[in-house]
Design a protein around this ligand. Structure first.
Ligand code: PHE
Length: 456
């Protein structure tokens, strides 16, 4: 055995479907069901979606292929992969930013995931959907600024995530993704049908379908660019880590295309579940982050069996978040296993404890600690800003540059085409896009995140 795994064979995905569902599970998360609908609502609907789709094709897809191929070639999770390719060089930063981003995201992401699970019970048993729209707004404000309850649900999310990961790649991530992703899909289909069959739904469909470019601003374009990154879970080594669990015969570009299509379809379906209902009941689409937690329960309150549909929706949101927290946690765990030779269980338990200790202040930042500010942001916003706006684009930029200029396009294409066995026009274009187009676009996202493009 001349490879790196001298003690035991590396755990891996058993089937292509398992890999695609796990990677899609990572990609499909709060970004699709919570964030995409509200940023679409704020930025004028269809025109924004069009720009978003272009960004997905031009940066998202190539960077995902790049990450998967780096991981598979190295057979290692993110930091070790960069180290293996380019020992003792600055390229290791590409891996370190990923592990750091995963940690920071996991301090706050379970807070929102926890709200979703709490809302399932609030819808079913606490009469959430019997309140007036103002009452729901007030309820939400009181709930998130509370102490014990949100922290309890945050802890539940961390514990379930860790428990699933103890099973490993095949018997943990893959098995649960195969169960949770179809469940998510079925719930979403039910909600889309419900929403589309409401009287007055057509206005919501038109909002998503007919582009009104007069509503599209430069800010909207940059938001689309940044979101295309977050929604595909790029720039933080998740796909590098998952790539290291993939067999050499797998067609990586096909995998990436399937994951990208799944992620985009779910985001669009979430839009179709939300906007027709919002318009049908005369609510406003541009309500920002409160769209799903305040506007939607108000929409459900006007429907027959609203509490059931509301519970289903928040279950969907919770499941989507859970398959993402699995992948985020895996990045940190795989790093500890590969780099520090820790056992998987020890890595998971330690990581879980760290997530919780540093995560509690993120929940408290919604209430008692709201005024505790760093650089003008509370702890929650700071984590979100620093990870999504700085570390992810930086990680993505480094991966693209690494593949384009350090590893070299030829080597990368060789890996993606399985040594020339797979031929496709996508692979032919890939070299040019990953070397020039993707880095330039990512750089724009990055400069924007740093506030350097504000004058535009
Ligand atoms: N892609 C996930 C979503 O859309 C979020 C995420 C980002 C997950 C980065 C992992 C890494 O919600």
């Amino acid at each position: 055995m001349n490879n790196q795994n001298n003690l035991q064979a590396r755990d891996s995905f058993a089937t292509r479907l398992g890999l695609v569902l796990a990677a899609a599970g990572s990609a499909i998360g709060l970004g699709n069901v919570w964030k995409f609908p509200y940023i679409t609502g704020e930025n004028g609907g269809a025109a924004f979606i069009l720009v978003y789709l272009i960004c997905i094709a031009l940066i998202g897809l190539p960077v995902m292929v790049a990450e998967l191929s780096v991981g598979r070639k190295a057979g290692k999770s993110t930091v070790s992969a960069f180290k293996k390719f380019a020992p003792k060089s600055v390229w290791i930063t590409g891996g370190v930013t990923g592990v750091l981003a995963a940690l920071l995201i996991m301090f706050y992401y379970p807070v929102i995931a926890g709200w979703a699970f709490a809302y399932v019970f609030k819808s079913l048993f606490s009469g959430l959907t019997t309140l007036s729209p103002e009452g729901i707004g007030e309820f939400f404000g009181n709930y998130i600024s509370g102490i014990e309850e949100p922290i309890f649900w945050q802890l539940v999310v961390v514990i379930i995530t860790c428990w699933i990961l103890v099973g490993g790649v095949k018997d943990g991530i893959e098995k649960w993704s195969k169960l949770l992703m179809p469940t998510l899909f079925v719930i979403l289909v039910i909600l889309v049908i419900r929403s589309l069959t409401l009287q007055g739904a057509a206005k919501g469909v038109a909002f998503l379908w007919y582009p009104d470019f007069s509503k599209l601003t430069m800010h909207g374009v940059l938001t689309a660019l940044g979101h295309s990154f977050f929604t595909l879970s790029l720039g933080m080594g998740i796909m590098v880590t998952y790539g290291s669990y993939v067999s050499k015969s797998e067609d990586l570009s096909k995998t990436a295309i399937m994951v990208t299509i799944a992620d985009t379809s779910i985001a669009l379906m979430a839009g179709l579940a939300i906007f027709p209902a919002v318009f049908a009941f005369g609510f406003e689409p541009g309500h920002g982050p409160g769209l799903v937690f305040v506007t939607l329960p108000a929409v459900f309150s006007k429907m027959p069996l609203g509490s059931i549909f509301s519970a289903l929706f928040f279950l969907l949101l919770g499941i989507a978040a859970l398959t993402s927290t699995m992948s985020l946690t895996e990045v940190v765990v795989a790093y500890l296993v590969d780099e520090h030779n820790w056992s998987r269980t020890k890595s998971i338990i330690t990581t879980g404890i760290v997530f919780f200790i540093f995560g509690v202040p993120a929940s408290l930042a919604m209430g008692p600690w709201a005024e505790l500010k760093f650089f003008g942001l509370n702890y929650f916003d700071l984590l979100d800003y620093f990870s999504s706006n700085i570390l992810l684009p930086l990680g993505g930029l480094l991966v693209a540059l690494f593949v384009g200029f350090r590893w070299g396009v030829q080597g990368a294409i060789d890996e993606v085409s399985n040594g020339g066995k797979i031929k496709s026009s996508f692979i032919n274009l890939y070299g040019f896009v990953i070397k020039y187009i993707a880095p330039v676009l990512i750089l724009i996202v990055f400069l924007n995140a740093l506030g350097l493009l504000d004058k535009l």
